[in-house]
Each structure stands twice: as structure tokens, then as C-alpha cells.
Design a protein around this ligand. Structure first.
Ligand code: BGC
Length: 779
């Protein structure tokens, strides 16, 4: 985008006060302007599954008064599409709407990892897997930015809970950070180049994300090459001067000028170099310039609400996950004269988005009940019973989901009795269940995974009247299905699928479209099984990520834990076969051009058209560090007519086989065997093979503090020790002659051995040995 602002000259002409003011919002949703120099303000607006642009007269956080905008499926639904093109198309629509409402930057997507299904904001996040989160988050960014609107990837980083979210310190080990929590951001930043990144509220290992130099500058800019603007989450700045020095450019929203004064004072006193402020101002002006140039590029942008509503419906169809479908109960095939009973308040009062800053005021709202009525063949009757009310709010966990039905109010009993009556007279029964709006939201976490007890009581009662009804779920984050899902003939998880969810569900139930979503997060059997259970959400201002990198399926697989439905799972109305796995390795890790090509044939073996999400997982057979059993490294979605096959190809590179090495402070590929598996879910792997990849050995530096074991495991170290501990004939002597002793003190650092055990090696000799090994390696 060609510049209309001469950034460099402007930075030179701005006064210190003006520069400080530019690094603070002008108001709640705008950057500051400097009229004297023709620097305009630009608008930022929440999203990311629709626009929450507040009216111009709003003077506060007008959560419920935003201008109408298309409400697309939220991220947990979008992620279940496993479809980059689809997500990009949504991004384009969001970009168009943003342009039409004068919005320069859309505050999203959120690519935080779903560490626990309890996180109240999981509906805004994509997945428990960083690759899937990064790919789909990146697709959304590309779509939005392709329309000349900036995206703001958030919340960087390690914002995985709402409990104490403004202060809590997420205590995470380096490998989990690199391989899981930063990896989703890294992918988006390096592949989609977002205009802005929003820093999180929380602390990361003790330091606020907003003033974390390592996160904001060393990793984000120096390693990943981010050249955009870092904006604070709203109110995330604690120490403005430290934040600026750490790399946080723009503080939002304005804090009554306090930060300006702090920044100018720090520069005048010499505490902060003015060049730091200049850099931040230049970044801000560059983004303003981009936005202004894009807005002027093709006149007034327009967005057609009807077209976007239709898009929202087709997107929602692609997001639903058919978890089970016993005996092919779905799609329903009602014939004239039959009755379809629709039960559950959600069929009439849809749950279609989450609460908080992402809440959209939809342009329209589809009601599943109406849509079903419109779509059934003539002569089919659709009846309805609410079954439960939506005024239950946050309830304590159900004592036992298998226990007796206990609706306690007379009203509840009446609703239940009506539903049973309606179900008993129907030929087909669909029950709409889900989480009430108050159960999950930005701002707090859930305390359990269960559906409200009155909904489960309803299902039990209905299933007695009409065995194995179809259950449609609407919830932003995973709910527990163990304990009751056996009552359902089919289970369709629709997540929070936006304003057209009702129409999309009707399409899927009646077979106008086939479900093609796959789980982007595991559905565990029990909350207690979740990898972070013991430490989520922490206490006393800290949350320890004790499960390390074993998040989601990585954790369930490592512990061989049964789950209700595994990561990647989802059925369609057809079936697929996998054949002819082929793998070809070219180049090498050492030369930096390793390419592993993985191919297989996928065939639609059923009698309906459908789409399959083909997933490729990699596992390191033997490693010097702990590694997950398998990790998602590639996926694609293919559409196939009955009987038709397609050859699917994946390309993997060095990074796909590497782990983050704490000693090397880099990604390291360890030579050896790797399993490559292709299939329909993380636990439905249809084809697999093993490749043997050569790689130069990564050797940790040998120091005086390295242990005896580490010295002996290293060829140079072992050779050097053998020189010291040998007899006249060259045989192992002293320490090395006694295997039992070596085993006993192997974990002692060499300097401790030198000082404690009075061996032939004193500290001076050890230091000489260290120098010798270093020289040997260097030479
Ligand atoms: C949320 C952000 C949001 C911002 C502005 C914050 O509380 O964490 O996601 O973009 O508010 O509404």
C-alpha cells in the first residue's frame, strides 16, 4: 500500500508530547490524531467473528449497543471446519464489513491455546493444537487484511484462562511455551503478517506480557520478524515506561493522559531513550498510513447483509461436528404424514455466540424451529416443546449425570411433561441442548463441564418416550457427554455457530448438506482427565502449567487415557477409505532443504457426496527428551463424490520433526526414526510408515558443571576422561574402572566430583579438560 504519510519526516516534526500522545489511544476505540501535521486517527473494533462497532455517541463500553453486523460462527466452530479457504472467506467478509463501517483494525483473531475446556473464553479460541490454531488464525488474518483492514492477533501470550486474567502469572516451561503456547502466534505472525499483535493482560513467568521484552521484542520481532504494531489489551499496561521499553507501542484505551506524562518525564530524565519512543511512533504511523491508504484505494466499501447471511449459513454448516450417528439415524427422512418433534428452548431461542467483548449485534437471526418447518417436505408436521427454560444461570455441578432426574420447580416439571408428551407422539425427535448463555463468557471460567441438570433430566425423560433421539448441542467450549450420550441416536455438536446457525442445523438434519466438521479439541470422559486439571486455574496469583507440553490430545495420548471423542474426530453421511501411502524424502536437515513428501489415496466409499479432513501426524520414535506420541503436522479437506478417489499430498520440513531444545536454545531435529501416520482423527489413523532421518548430532556444551554421565555420553568428553582415568596399558582406571561407582555418582557434576571425591582430577585439571574438549569441538 503506497504511503500518504511520510513517516520518517513526521517523526522528526512531532514534539515530544505529541509523540507520547500517539502511543496512547485518542479515545476508547481510536488512535490519537495530530491535526497540526495531518495525522488522522483510525478506528479499532472488536470482533473477531463479527464486528462490534459501537455507535459514535457511545461513551463507554457499549457491549450491547453495537451497530448491526453479520455474526459468523465463533472460533471454536470455525476451527471445527478444518478449512483454511472457508476461514479465509469469512475473514474477507469481516474485512468488507469493517471497511463499510470505517473500521481500520479488527481486534482478532484470538489464537490462544485451549489449555483447559473450562476456560470461559474458549469459544473465541480455535484449538488445543498450535498448528491448527495457527493455520486457521492465519487464514482469517489473510482474509481480513486482503480487504485492506488490519487484524490484531491476540492475546499474546499464554492467556489461557479468565480467572485472575488481569494479573495471574502463567508459569510455563520453555518447551511448552515454544512448542505449544507461542507456536500458534509464531505461525500467524510469520505466515500471515498481521498488522498488529495485541499483548495479553497476564504475566508470563512473572513478567507482565505488556512489559515483557523477551516476548515483545526478542521473540516477536527479532526471531519472527514481526514489523507491525504491538497494542495492549484494553487496560493491560501496568508500567508504561517499562512497557514501551519492552516493545509495546500503543496503549489502549487512553488513561487520562497519565501515560503521556510518564513517558515524557522518563525521556527528559534520561530513563528512557527517545529513540524508543520514535520507533513506536513510526510503527503506529505506518499502520495509520496503511489503513488510510487502503480506505482511500477503492472508494466506499460496501457489504451486503443478505449475501453475508447466506455465507454465515453455509459456513455454519461446515463447522458442525457429527459425533455419532448410530444406524444412520441422520439425516432425517420424514415423509408426508409423519411428525418431527423439536424439543429444547435452544431451537426457539438460539445460543449462537458468546458473551463479552466479542458479542455481535446480528443483522438477522435464524431460528432452527422455523427453518426446520420451512425445510421439511410438505405434509410433514413439526411440533415443538421447550423442555426447559433458559433462566438457570450458573448452577453448581450436577451431583451425578447418571443420577435421578431432579427438576425441582413445578414449572420445570410442566415443561418436561409437555416435552415427553410431544416426543411420544412423534416419528422423529430432535432435542436441542447446550450451555445457557450465562455459563460461559469472557471474564470467568466454568467450574465443570456438565450440561445443566434439567436438560439432562429432559433428555432422559424424552429418551424413554422416544428411544435414541437426535441431540443437537450448542456450546462454545466442550461439554461432557459421557454418562448420557448413550441415550442419543445421533449427536451433532454445532458450537456457537453465528446468526445463521438455525438454518445450517436444519440443512444438516434434513440432509440438504452433510456435516464435515472435525473436533479441534478433545472431548474428555471427565473433567478430572484433562491434562491441566490439577493446576487449573491456579491460586495466589500463579498458575503452573504442570502438564508442560502435554496439552489436549498430547496429554491424553501420553497417558493412554480413554476419551469420549478424540481430537480430529467427526463423521459425515458417507464413508472414506485410505490406501497407498507413499513417502519420499529429499534434501537433508543438515543442508537445510529436508522435504518429506507424504501421499495417500482417499476414496469416498459411501453413496453420498461428502468431505473428509485428512490429517497427518508425526511421532518421534526415540528422543533424548520427552516428546508427544503424535502431533498434527498437516491436514487438508477434500470433497469427493461417491466412488471417487483423490490423491492427497503433504509436504513436511525440518521443523515438523524438531523439538525446542533448551540447551541449544533452538529447534533441534534429532536423527532417527519418526512415525508418519495419516487418518481421519488422532485416534483413527488408517495408514502409517516410519522414516529414518539423518541429522547432525546436537551436542550440548560440556562444562565443569556438566555431569559425569553427560561427559561420558559425549564422544569428546568420554575420550578426554579416558585419557585421565587409565592405567599404563590404556585400560580404564580409577573412577572409570568401577562401573557401579559410575552409576552411583553419574549424576554428579564433574566439578563436584573433582572437589569431593579426591579423584585424579582436581579443579585445575578439570578446567584444562574443559578447554581441551572445547578446542577439540572447535577444530
Ligand atoms: C479483551 C480483548 C478486547 C478488548 C477490547 C479486552 O477486555 O480481552 O479481547 O479486544 O477488551 O474490547
Amino acid at each position: 500500500m503506497s504511503g500518504t504519510l511520510d513517516v520518517e519526516t513526521l517523526v522528526g516534526r512531532l514534539t515530544l508530547e505529541e509523540k507520547a500522545s500517539l502511543c496512547l489511544g485518542g479515545d476508547f476505540w481510536h488512535t490519537a490524531a495530530v491535526e497540526r501535521l495531518g495525522i488522522p486517527r483510525i478506528m479499532m473494533t472488536d470482533g473477531p467473528h463479527g464486528l462490534r462497532r459501537e455507535p459514535d455517541d457511545a461513551d463507554d463500553l457499549a457491549l450491547h449497543r453495537s451497530l448491526p453486523a453479520t455474526c459468523f460462527p465463533t472460533a471454536s466452530a470455525l476451527a471445527s471446519s478444518w478449512d483454511r479457504d472457508l476461514v479465509r472467506t469469512v475473514g474477507e467478509a469481516l474485512g468488507r464489513e469493517a471497511r463499510s463501517q470505517g473500521v481500520a483494525i479488527l481486534l482478532g483473531p484470538g489464537v490462544n491455546i485451549k489449555r483447559s475446556p473450562l476456560c470461559g473464553r474458549n469459544f473465541e479460541y480455535f484449538s488445543e493444537d498450535p498448528m491448527l490454531s495457527g493455520e486457521l488464525g492465519g487464514a482469517l488474518v489473510l482474509g481480513i487484511q486482503g480487504q485492506g483492514v488490519g487484524a490484531s492477533v491476540k492475546h499474546y501470550a499464554v492467556n489461557n484462562q479468565e480467572t485472575d486474567r488481569i494479573r495471574v502469572s502463567a508459569e510455563v516451561d520453555e518447551r511448552a511455551l515454544r512448542e505449544i503456547y507461542l507456536a500458534s502466534f509464531e505461525r500467524v505472525v510469520t505466515q500471515a503478517r498481521p498488522w498488529t499483535v495485541m499483548c495479553a493482560y497476564n504475566r508470563v513467568n512473572g513478567t507482565y506480557a505488556s512489559q515483557n521484552h523477551w516476548l515483545l521484542t526478542e521473540v516477536l520481532r527479532n526471531e519472527w520478524g514481526f514489523d507491525g504494531l504491538v497494542v495492549s489489551d484494553w487496560g493491560a499496561v501496568v508500567d508504561r515506561v517499562a512497557a514501551l521499553a519492552a516493545g509495546l507501542d500503543l496503549e489502549m484505551p487512553p488513561n487520562r493522559g497519565v501515560s503521556d506524562a510518564l513517558v515524557t518525564a522518563a525521556i527528559r530524565s534520561g530513563e528512557l531513550d527517545e529513540s524508543v519512543l520514535d520507533t513506536a511512533v513510526a510503527r503506529l504511523l505506518t499502520v495509520v498510513d496503511r489503513a488510510v491508504s487502503a480506505a482511500g484505494a477503492d472508494g466506499d466499501a460496501t457489504a451486503d447483509p443478505e449475501t453475508h447471511h447466506a455465507l454465515a449459513r453455509s459456513v455454519a454448516r461446515d463447522c458442525a461436528v457429527l459425533l455419532k450417528n448410530d444406524g444412520g439415524v441422520l439425516p432425517l427422512r420424514p415423509v408426508p404424514g409423519e411428525t418431527v418433534a423439536v424439543i429444547g428452548e435452544f431451537a426457539r431461542t438460539p445460543r449462537f455466540q458468546g458473551a463479552g467483548s466479542s458479542q455481535v449485534n446480528p443483522t438477522r437471526l435464524d431460528i432452527a424451529l422455523d427453518e426446520l418447518r420451512a425445510l421439511v417436505p410438505e405434509g410433514v408436521t413439526v411440533t415443538f416443546a421447550a423442555g426447559f427454560g433458559l433462566d438457570d444461570d450458573r448452577r453448581p455441578p450436577a451431583p451425578s449425570p447418571d443420577g435421578p432426574a431432579v427438576p425441582d420447580e413445578a414449572a420445570g416439571q410442566a415443561l418436561l411433561a409437555e416435552a415427553v408428551e410431544v416426543a411420544s407422539r412423534a416419528d422423529h425427535v430432535v432435542v436441542f441442548l447446550g450451555l445457557p448463555p450465562s455459563a460461559e463468557s469472557e471474564g470467568f471460567d466454568r467450574r465443570h463441564l456438565d450440561l445443566p441438570p434439567e436438560q439432562l433430566a429432559l433428555l432422559r425423560a424424552v429418551a424413554e418416550a422416544h428411544p435414541r433421539p437426535v441431540v443437537v448441542l450448542a456450546n462454545g467450549s466442550v461439554v461432557r457427554v459421557s454418562g448420557w450420550e448413550r441415550l442419543a441416536g445421533a449427536l451433532l455438536e454445532t458450537w456457537l455457530s453465528g446468526q445463521a446457525a438455525g438454518g445450517a442445523v436444519a440443512d444438516l438434519l434434513l440432509g440438504v448438506a452433510s456435516p464435515s466438521g472435525r473436533l479441534a479439541e478433545t472431548i474428555p470422559l471427565h473433567l478430572e482427565d484433562t491434562p491441566g486439571f490439577l493446576t487449573f486455574p491456579g491460586e495466589a496469583g500463579q498458575v503452573r502449567y504442570g502438564e508442560g507440553l502435554y496439552v489436549g490430545y498430547r496429554g491424553y495420548d501420553a497417558c493412554r487415557r480413554e476419551v469420549s471423542y478424540p481430537f480430529g474426530h467427526g463423521l459425515t453421511y458417507t464413508t472414506f477409505g485410505y490406501d497407498d501411502l507413499a513417502v519420499e524424502v529429499t534434501g537433508s536437515h543438515a543442508t537445510g532443504d529436508l522435504a518429506v513428501r507424504l501421499e495417500c489415496t482417499v476414496t469416498n466409499t459411501g453413496d453420498r457426496a461428502g468431505r473428509e479432513v485428512v490429517q497427518a501426524y508425526v511421532g518421534d520414535v526415540a528422543a533424548s527428551v520427552g516428546r508427544p506420541v503424535r502431533e498434527l503436522k498437516a491436514f487438508t479437506k477434500v470433497a469427493l463424490d461417491p466412488g471417487v478417489s483423490a490423491r492427497v499430498t503433504f509436504r513436511l520440513g525440518s521443523r515438523d520433526f524438531s523439538h525446542w531444545s533448551v540447551t541449544a536454545q533452538d529447534w533441534v531435529l534429532e536423527a532417527g526414526e519418526f512415525t508418519l501416520a495419516v487418518g481421519a482423527s488422532s485416534r483413527d489413523l488408517r495408514l502409517s510408515t516410519v522414516v529414518d532421518l539423518p541429522a547432525p548430532a546436537h551436542r550440548a556444551p560440556l562444562e565443569a558443571e556438566s555431569t559425569l554421565e553427560e561427559w561420558l555420553a559425549d564422544p569428546d568428553g568420554a575420550a578426554a576422561l579416558r585419557e585421565v582415568f587409565r592405567d599404563d596399558r590404556g585400560a580404564p582406571a580409577g573412577l572409570l574402572a568401577d562401573e557401579e561407582l559410575v552409576a552411583l555418582i553419574g549424576s554428579f557434576p564433574m566439578d563436584r566430583i573433582a572437589s569431593l571425591f579426591g579423584t585424579d582430577l582436581d579443579r585445575t585439571a578439570l578446567d584444562a579438560l574443559v578447554r581441551r574438549v572445547r578446542a577439540a569441538r572447535a577444530g
